[in-house]
Ligand binder design. Structure first.
Ligand code: ZN
Ligand code: MN
Length: 468
């Protein structure tokens, strides 16, 4: 039944910009403060105040457009989108409706398919309502926080494609330092527009909108649920109504909310407080020149130039914090593969939310291990200690007493004793030599608390065992 129909999906994505202050006033743009502490007469819309546009927000919006292949409108303007709701003190939202900053771009999926972007516009967020029992609470801290709204063309044809698009877009915004896109904090929110049509037909079906989804998972489920619902209706010979439906995450279904509103009911008009915005071509070129690499570009650099595997490149780019750190370290230590292993093992196991070691200190530790001044095993606690104290690794290594101080000539008697004490292992050397050498080296490192030169030790162990 499903294969008789095409599913047609367009997405609208709201992302909070990573600016220090709000979009039209100088209140801090910070998440998680005490309610109603980050407000001022402007974002509370007290009489006699008027908005002043934050230049940084415009630059970030331009950047979002350039990174998604959009054209930048040299002249664009803000409109008032009028409606009453308690989370909106002005009774209108300042947004861009007819002429936004960015138009006509696209994002490429792994299949090579391009998902068109009709526009990216800059607007302000509303306050936040919380309903507890029969009471409602309003926090205006979020009122006036800068948002970019990315509107796709109806090019998406499945739930999986929608999720891949969203993951790619989030990667672009995070890597571009445009938005943090923290879904759990509402930093990125989604509206889904969906219709179905007979396969191959050019006539689009009636469109249903589902607003304010806040996870990739709910977008996926909402698309699966709604396309099945519409197909079932058409199969029964019933009509799909153009409406807005509310997605219920707990029940895993959606319910009718209201008939879809036409843009006209918002009675939009140009905001008389904000002049036409002129974006000089020079500014666009300046931003274009400084565009950071996207995840896809970084992966290409890592695999083609640095010789990392796809897998390793994927692990490091999965978190911008680690790829930024890797990029800094590579300037100081030009062995990309070794560095990748160090970042993925010794570094990652020491890091929870922040990398509290400088690239300089980290590379110094790698070089100490390369020079056999410390063992690789002891590098892990050393990194942890540098993160705690910010002290120089060399000084700390001395304090921690982990500098390889064992003279190689002292190794022999220790190894002789170990071989003497483990006749079974000596026997097994004939069948599994590598395993046994590692075993003896491990025992030796334990005895010497990691201070022996492990390469030298392995040499001695091998020659002794071969002589048996
Ligand atoms: Zn304010
Ligand atoms: Mn919007």
């Amino acid at each position: 039944m499903r294969d008789k129909y095409d599913v047609v999906v367009g997405l609208e994505i709201h992302a909070e910009l990573k600016s220090k202050t709000k979009v039209f006033c100088s209140c801090a743009n910070t998440y998680g403060a005490e309610p109603n502490t980050l407000v001022c007469p402007v974002c509370l819309a007290l009489p006699g105040t008027s908005p002043v546009l934050n230049k940084k927000c415009v630059e970030l919006t331009i950047k979002s457009g350039l990174m998604t292949n959009c054209k930048i409108n040299e002249y664009n303007y803000f409109e008032r989108k009028n409606y009453f709701y308690p989370d909106l003190t002005k009774s209108y939202q300042i947004s861009q409706v007819k002429v936004p900053i960015c138009v006509d771009g696209y994002v490429t999926l792994s299949s090579g398919k391009k998902i068109g972007i009709s526009d990216i516009h800059l607007e302000e967020d509303t306050g936040k309502l919380t309903h507890i029992g029969d009471k409602s609470y309003i926090d205006y801290n979020r009122g006036g926080v800068p948002l970019i709204e990315t509107v796709t063309k109806p090019d998406i044809s499945s739930a999986d494609e929608a999720v891949e698009f969203l993951e790619t877009l989030r990667g672009i915004y995070v890597y571009g330092d445009i938005a943090e896109c923290k879904l759990e904090q509402g930093g990125m929110r989604f509206d889904v527009n969906l219709s179905v049509k007979k396969k191959g037909s050019t006539e689009l079906g009636k469109r249903v909108e589902m607003k304010n989804l806040n996870s990739f998972r709910s977008v996926k489920r909402a698309i699966e649920y709604e396309s099945a619902r519409q197909i079932a209706l058409l199969e029964e010979g019933k009509e799909v109504l153009g409406e807005t439906r509310k997605w219920d995450e707990d029940k895993n279904e959606n319910v009718a909310m209201r008939a879809k509103l036409a843009t006209a009911v918002y009675r939009c008009f140009a905001d008389p407080d904000l002049p036409m915005l002129h974006i000089p071509k020079e500014l666009v070129e300046e931003i274009r020149k400084d565009l950071p690499l996207t995840i896809a570009q970084l992966k290409e650099l890592y695999t083609k130039e640095y010789g990392l595997t796809e897998y390793d490149a994927g692990v490091i780019t999965a978190n911008k914090m680690f790829s930024d750190f890797y990029n800094e370290c590579i300037k100081l230590y030009n062995k990309p593969k070794e560095l990748s292993t160090w970042v993925q093992s010794e570094l990652m196991r020491n890091v929870k939310d922040k990398i509290k070691i400088s690239p300089e200190h980290f590379v110094k530790i790698i070089e100490m291990a390369d020079a056999k001044k410390i063992s690789r095993t002891n590098a892990v606690p050393l990194i942890a200690e540098v993160m705690k104290t910010q002290k120089d690794p060399e000084v700390l290594a001395k304090e921690m007493d982990i500098i390889n101080s064992m003279d190689d000539s002292n190794l022999e008697p220790l190894i002789d004793a170990l071989i003497e004490a483990n006749p079974k292992a000596v026997e097994d050397f004939k069948t599994t030599p590598d395993k046994i050498i590692t075993f003896f080296a491990g025992q030796l490192m334990k005895q010497t608390r990691g201070k022996a030169n492990v390469v030298k030790a392995k040499e001695i162990i091998l020659s002794k065992l071969q002589g048996k």
